[in-house]
Design a protein around this ligand. Structure first.
Ligand SMILES: O=C(O)CCC(=O)C(=O)O
Length: 251
């Protein structure tokens, strides 16, 4: 379950690593079996925050790890937890988790951003690692994640809030910075099969295009924070579903 030296070196060089086939077909089926209920639930009753596309389709559901046993189990999967703890050199807790739905034909773009571009305002240092579990096949046509290899080494860039492109406020890099920094040959498409798992640094520049295909592109993203990096008090703290106050080390 632990990574080889080459895998750690590759993660450190590129800012991400894709591990193919980390979850079994059985584990992926257990997760996908939960999704219809999680998408339909009533926010007031189940306390799971949902974002919607302009069409009304669910774009994201937060906190599945708190309310669904298979999602809780995958958050503690040794193949996920061991490398995350090794990368941090410490225990970690769940900063937040979300199912990103990206439905066939209607799932909308994620503009280029670094997660730490806005997590910084939550009063933490860049000691967070995200883990994206593919629940469906991810293709170029259905809007697979795109990353800019090595961009985690730029450090945090300034972000602005885009409130027009989608239904959802997105923090993203401005055009002059993108034009100056992003080389076409450094853009990688993270295509893969259900059960493949991507690990990425909180300063890695990433985004994804609209789902132009008949295939849905669901993923489950768990963001882990170093247990020693609990948020300092900030002026406008964000809600618990996005900045968790449950500081229990995951084991
Ligand atoms: O689902 C995607 O394609 C990107 C999601 C993302 O960047 C995020 O949730 O911060």
């Amino acid at each position: 379950m632990s990574w080889t030296d080459e895998q750690f070196a590759s993660y450190r060089k590129d800012g991400y690593l894709l591990v193919r086939g980390l979850l079994s077909g059985h584990e992926v089926s257990a997760l996908n079996g939960e999704v219809p209920n999680l998408l339909q639930g009533d926010e007031k009753a189940d306390r799971m925050h949902r974002e919607r596309e302009k069409s009304g389709a669910v774009r994201q559901v937060y906190s599945a790890d708190r309310y669904s046993a298979p999602f809780r189990t995958v958050t503690r999967h040794p193949g996920i937890l061991q490398p995350v703890r090794a990368l941090r050199g410490n225990d970690v807790y769940v900063w937040h988790s979300k199912i990103n739905v990206k439905d066939a034909f209607e799932g909308a773009v994620w503009l280029w951003h670094q997660d730490y571009g806005y997590w910084m305002w939550d009063g933490v240092e860049p000691k967070l690692i995200s883990v994206m579990v593919l629940l469906d096949r991810a293709t170029v046509n259905n809007g697979c994640l795109m990353v800019v290899a090595g961009s985690h080494k730029w450090g945090r860039q300034e972000h602005y809030a885009d409130t027009v492109t989608t239904s959802y406020k997105q923090w993203c890099l401005d055009l002059p910075t993108l034009k100056q920094r992003v080389n076409e040959e450094d853009i990688r498409h993270i295509t893969g099969e259900p059960g493949d798992v991507l690990f990425f640094d909180c300063n890695l520049l990433h985004g994804s295009g609209h789902n132009m295909s008949p295939l849905p592109r669901k993923t489950f993203i768990i963001a882990f924070n170093d247990i020693a990096n609990k948020p300092r008090p900030v002026e406008n703290p964000r809600p618990d579903w996005v900045v968790s106050r449950e500081f229990e080390a995951v084991s």
